[in-house]
Every structure is written in C-alpha cells, then in structure tokens.
Design a binder for this molecule. Structure first.
Ligand code: ADP
Ligand code: MG
Ligand code: ZN
Length: 558
C-alpha cells in the first residue's frame, strides 16, 4: 500500500485537500490494484480525483473519455494551473493543432489526455494510442455508454471492439452520477467491471434543499427571491425563449446582474453570457435548458425551474448544478399543473416511435408526480433512480418541512376510487372529476355517466379540488395511468385497501391557485398550432383528444 500513501500525499500537495470524500479512497485503491472499477457518486462528489490521483501515480498517459466537449478545456486548464501536463483533442481544434498534440502525445508529453468518444473512430488517433504506454482509461459520464441511459451516444456502440484493439490495455475506470440498475449492469458488462469493484456512495445530495412551490405567482416569487439573494449566484431555467427574455428583462431593469442564454441567440452572445456567468460578472443566469451541459461552476447557490422539465433525469441534472462545492443550496420547482400538458403535447408531436413515446410519457408522469407527492422529495428522486431509501426523510425539502395540516380524506378517496372503477378504468382525471362533481357537461351526458351510482357524490367541491386529489392519488400510488396516450386512470392494489376500509388517506390542504395573470407566449402558440395541425392531419389522436384553441392558449401562459 505504498502506492496508496502516495495518494494521500498527492491529495494534499497537488490539490490542497486534507481528507478524501466518500468513495474516493476505495476507487483509488481499486485502480492502483489494477482492477477495473465503477464509481457511482453524486454530482460534485469528486469523481475527477478518482482518476486524476492514480493518473499522477502510475506511469504513462491517462486517457479520459467524456462526451462533454465544453468541459474538457476547463478540466485541462485546472490541471495545467496545478502544473500537471494535460491536454485535450477534439473537433474544436484545427487539424494542424490536432496533429501537433498527437505528436506531443506520441512523445509522452501528457499525463492526461481528454477526448470525446468519437475520437476512437480516427485511425490517426488509434495508431498513436496503440504505440504509447497508457496509465489508465477513464470513462466520465459513463451512463452515456449504455443504451438504457438517457443520454446514450451512438459512438460508444463499438467501444468493446475499440478497446480490444489496444494492446496492453490499462486499467479502466467508469464514473457517473445518474444510473439506474439497468444502466449500472450495462456499464459493468461492457467495461468488465465486477460488482465488488463498484463503489456506490448513492446519488443523494446532502446539501441540496428541494422545494416544490405551487399556486404562486411565479414572476413575483423570482423577483422577490433574487432581490433578497442578490449576491448569490443562481440559475433560472425557463420553458421557452420568450419567457427567458421576459425574466431576463425584468431582472435587468432592476439593475440585477443577469445574463441570458437560449438557442435563439448568436453563438458569440451565448459564449459571452456563459463566460460572464462562470466568472461571476453576472450572478444570475436566465436560460432555457440549452444552457448548462458541461458547466462546472461550484458556487451556484440556487436553481429555479420556472416550469417542470420533461423528466426527472433532466430535473436532477439541471437542479444538481447547484451546490457543487457542497455548501447548502436551493432547488425550486415552480409547479403548475398545466405545464404538464405542454410537455405531453411536445412528446406526442416528437419524432419518436410509439414505444419510445410511451417511455417518455411514463417518465413525464413520474416528473408530474414529483410535484404532487407529499413524500420526501430527495427520497422520491432517489427511489426513481432505483435506490432503496424507503425510510429516508431528508429533513431539508419542502415536504419534510411542510407544516401544513393533513386531513383525513379517506371518504373522498374512496368515492374517487370507486368512480374510476365504475367508469371502467378507461377515463382521465378531468372527466372523472366532472362525474363526481355532478357536471352536466356534454361528454358526461353523452357517455351516460349521469346514471352512474358515483355521479354527483362530491357536489360541494370544485372540479379543480377533485382533480387535485386525483393527482395526489396518482402521485402516491393509489392510481396509475394505464395507457399514457389516453391518460386513463386505473386502480392499484393499494387502492383496494382503501376501498375495503383497511387503509386511511391523509391529504395535505392544497394552496389555492394564484390569480396572477400569466403572460401569453404567442411564439409558442403559433408553434403548437402548427404541431396540432400535423397531429390532426396524420390522425395521431382521436378527435376528442385534440386540443381546442383555448386549451392551447392555456398551455402558452407562463
Ligand atoms: P464530480 O465530477 O463528481 O461532479 P468533481 O470531481 O468536479 O465532481 O469535484 C467537485 C468539487 O469537489 C471540485 O471543486 C473539487 O475540487 C472538490 N473536491 C473533490 N475532492 C475533494 C476532497 N477530497 N476534498 C475537498 N474538495 C474536493
Ligand atoms: Mg465530473
Ligand atoms: Zn425531504
């Protein structure tokens, strides 16, 4: 273990840290022992040191494969600042520059070389790789290797045969902060890593405070929050360019130091915004989800989502850009039920095959449930990624800290569940609520639902309240969506316990929806109308599921 005592020395001398973070020590030991290893550690957990320290101890060049080209330069700069020889070769370089770096590589001048997976397809590159001593090969963002990962890169498809072409293949290390069980098994299999050499610290982010806010005026919240946290760095994710521009302008008018970033801006303007933010020239970044891939800024104190993203993978990744330095940080989701509609619509109109669409719908439903659940939010996220954390209460999230009174709603839940059953488990939340409310809506009457025994069982509540309860019953697993395309509710076994009177249902009082007038995004409206025309023309949906102008308009108000 002499090698390992070197590791501790390097940690202090080169990097200036006195102790290892969880998982780092175990990973470094595996690698120094020559065992391929996989690190499952949260964002900001310190995965880089797991290959950087062995790379400094062992002879030869360490090859780091990362799909994030934008991050390579930063990582290389950081190593160079510590007087460690490192470089990258990627498509941002001219051919002459690439050739020069290849020659240097051949001459053994680099301890660390960062590349994108595509580089393996270059013969010129592979010829050099085959002829030089390598200390290790590290796959950063290793979930991209797996077809089950949400970010699969086709250039990884031939990775096994590529590795076979390297004589004296060194030890291989893989690292990721997002992987379901299927993805983990895939990585282990592709890179020959045993479960014993897999170091799993869990993906929990102890310093993140997850908060779901409902029924608020989003713009007001943002202005108030930013004004009372003016000195702190943060990101506001907006659902459209137009919302991005509007929020940016509001902050700018108030003299707040904001930058903005979306795909409608020029490359130069985006680069400028990004570097202003990274260098703290601008404290607030207002952006669409085009921003952030490969951003490594450690002091982001909050991430606010103006509307929900399409799935929890994206949410955890985007929200997780807060607090990489380990300091307490806030992750707000400003939740409004109609934002889900928009996402559903976009999935429907995307160019995916039916099977993929179905998967996306399910993921979106899990994201929506995040907004409705009253379980611990950190627990909810970890459970989604397959971690066994049933008992977890983080004590930091808005659900753990909610003082709001819960009420015994068992009777109402029983009525809702029986109504779903009576309607044959074939209908969605809106019409179910209308039946319970005793609505004389045309469709209710046409389908003869006014003759059901569950008709008019909840006349004293608004349709909205009933829909909210249904969402809660969905989020906490009493109901599920049988066919995501039609959004039809069906009962789970848990529901039967409630119907039999063997389980109680406590629901927290919901905040009233904000009366704030929302701003209309005409750009998005035109876009959605064009999509709707395609849906109708191609008969992708039955006519009664095709949204009216009024519904589309509602989706475009933020
Ligand atoms: P990841 O790749 O897991 O998201 P990084 O490797 O980028 O995380 O590290 C995140 C931050 O944590 C960096 O600023 C890094 O310098 C710091 N860090 C890593 N290891 C340690 C340690 N043992 N002690 C203190 N800080 C550390
Ligand atoms: Mg990293
Ligand atoms: Zn919690």
């Amino acid at each position: 273990m002499k090698l390992f005592s070197n590791a501790r020395r390097i940690l202090q001398q080169y990097f200036g840290f006195s102790t290892f973070r969880p998982g780092q020590e175990a990973m470094i030991k595996h690698v120094l022992n020559g065992q391929n290893a996989l690190a499952l550690m949260p964002t900001g957990g310190g995965k880089s040191l797991c290959y950087q320290i062995p790379g400094l101890i062992m002879d030869g060049t360490a090859l780091i494969i990362s799909p994030l080209i934008s991050l390579m330069k930063d990582q290389v700069d950081a190593l160079n600042a510590l007087e460690i020889s490192a470089t990258y070769i990627n498509s941002s370089l001219s051919h002459a520059e690439q050739r020069e770096r290849l020659d240097n590589l051949q001459a053994g001048l680099y301890r660390f070389l960062y590349i994108a997976p595509e580089r393996f397809e270059s013969r010129e590159f592979m010829d050099v790789i085959r002829s030089i001593p390598l200390s290790l090969i590290a796959f950063d963002e290793a979930h991209c290797i797996s077809q089950w990962g949400h970010d699969f890169r086709p250039s990884y498809r031939s990775i096994t045969s590529t590795l076979q072409q390297i004589p004296n293949l060194p030890v291989t290390i893989a690292l990721t902060a997002t992987a379901t069980d299927a993805v983990i098994r895939d990585i282990q299999q592709i890179l020959s890593i045993t479960p014993e050499d897999t170091v799993n610290t869990g993906f929990a982010r102890e310093n993140l405070h997850f908060q779901v806010l409902k029924g608020i005026d989003k713009t007001d919240f943002i202005l108030q929050y930013i004004q009372s946290h003016e000195k702190e760095s943060g990101i506001i994710y907006c659902p459209t360019r137009k919302v991005t521009d509007r929020i940016y302008q509001l902050l700018d008018e108030r003299g707040l130091k904001a930058a903005r970033y979306h795909a409608g801006m020029s490359e130069v303007a985006r680069q400028q915004a990004q570097s202003d933010f990274i260098q703290d020239e601008a404290t607030i970044m207002v952006a669409t989800n085009a921003f952030g891939m490969g951003i490594d800024k450690s002091n982001v104190r909050y991430v606010i989502h103006y509307a929900l993203p399409m799935n929890l993978e994206s949410y955890y990744q985007e929200a997780g850009r807060a607090g990489r330095d380990g300091e307490p940080s806030q992750c707000y989701l400003l939740f409004a039920a109609q934002d889900i509609q928009l996402q559903r619509f976009l999935i429907e109109r995307s160019f995916m095959d039916e099977q993929n669409k179905e998967r996306e719908y399910e993921k979106l439903q899990a994201m929506a449930n995040y907004g409705h659940t009253d379980r611990c939010l950190q627990q909810y996220i970890l459970a989604y990624f397959g971690e066994d954390v049933e008992e977890l209460r983080c004590g930091r999230c808005s659900n753990c800290n909610d003082e709001g009174e819960k009420e015994d709603r068992t009777r109402e839940a029983q009525m809702i569940l029986s109504c779903v059953k009576r309607m044959g488990e074939r209908y969605g939340a809106t019409i179910t609520a209308q039946v319970l409310k005793g609505s004389k809506n045309k469709r209710v009457l046409e389908l003869g639902f006014d003759r059901l025994s569950t008709y008019n069982l909840l006349p004293h509540y608004t349709e909205k309240t009933i829909v909210n309860w249904i969402h809660y019953l969905l989020a906490d697993g009493y109901l599920y969506i049988q066919d995501p395309k039609y959004l039809n509710l069906a009962l789970t076994p848990k529901a039967n316990d409630v119907l039999k009177g063997e389980a109680l249902v406590w629901i927290r009082q919901q905040a009233e929806e904000s009366q704030a007038t929302r701003e209309f995004d005409d750009e998005l409206f035109d876009h959605l109308r064009a999509l709707r025309k395609q849906i109708a023309d191609e008969q992708l949906l039955p006519p009664y599921l095709i949204f009216s102008d009024a519904t589309l308009r509602d989706m475009c108000r933020f």
